[in-house]
Write a protein that binds this ligand. Structure first.
Ligand code: AMP
Length: 194
């Protein structure tokens, strides 16, 4: 049973690492960004509402995001644990997640911070824009997303550090190399893969 969070600025490689770590630990990678994008693609009511925020690099309102995660965590695949990628991103979401977990006598094991320099992440996102064509990967929106991250999400790192569950890992390097760093850091905390 392992419950992990992945935090870090846009473009730090969270999505890529989340998929690899989920496989290593036999748990689902839950990306709120991916869930929103799927809803936007399918033009669901949630997607139509989320799109207006995502297109300008703003956060989707906490109420919608918290409800989505609360529902997702009840799925059977979360029984062995989960890895949340891109949630929580605000203080309100930290509180909401704490409540969701406490309601079923659970708690987070580790929060992994992927550390990456803003200049480097902007370059990475430029590459991703060419490869994937994500609607919110244009220069202006990326700058807005970085600003929102700094203002609203970066402070969460301190909260988890104070709880003693934060592990900070250098996110710059080859994909496999960064995964190895994370897996080693988790192993030092007594968390091993399957
Ligand atoms: P991501 O794929 O994690 O970069 O997320 C893409 C976009 O989805 C973000 O810029 C937000 O608009 C929205 N989003 C994803 N996760 C959250 C969250 N936890 N809270 C609010 N908005 C989110």
């Amino acid at each position: 049973m392992v419950r992990l969070l992945l935090v870090g600025p846009p473009g730090a490689g969270k999505g890529t690492q989340a998929v690899r770590l989920a496989e290593t630990f036999g748990i689902p990678a839950i990306s709120t960004g991916d869930i929103f994008r799927a809803n936007v693609r399918d033009e669901t009511p949630l997607g139509i509402e989320a799109k207006s925020y995502m297109d300008r690099g703003a956060y989707v309102p906490n109420e919608l995001t918290n409800a989505l995660v609360a529902d997702r965590l009840t799925h059977a695949d979360c029984v062995p644990g989960f890895l949340l990628d891109g949630y929580p991103r605000t203080l309100d979401q930290v509180d909401a997640l704490d409540e969701m977990l406490a309601a079923s006598n659970q708690a987070l094991d580790v929060v992994v911070e992927l550390v990456a320099d803003p200049e480097v992440v902007i370059e990475r996102i430029r590459l991703r824009a060419l490869e994937q064509g994500r609607a919110d990967d244009t220069d202006d929106v990326v700058r807005a997303r970085l600003e929102v991250y700094t203002a609203e999400t970066a402070p969460l790192i301190d909260i988890y550090a104070r709880r003693g569950i934060l592990v900070s890992v250098d996110g710059i390097g080859e994909v496999a190399e960064v995964t190895d760093r994370i897996v080693s850091a988790l192993a030092e905390r007594g968390i091993g893969g399957v």
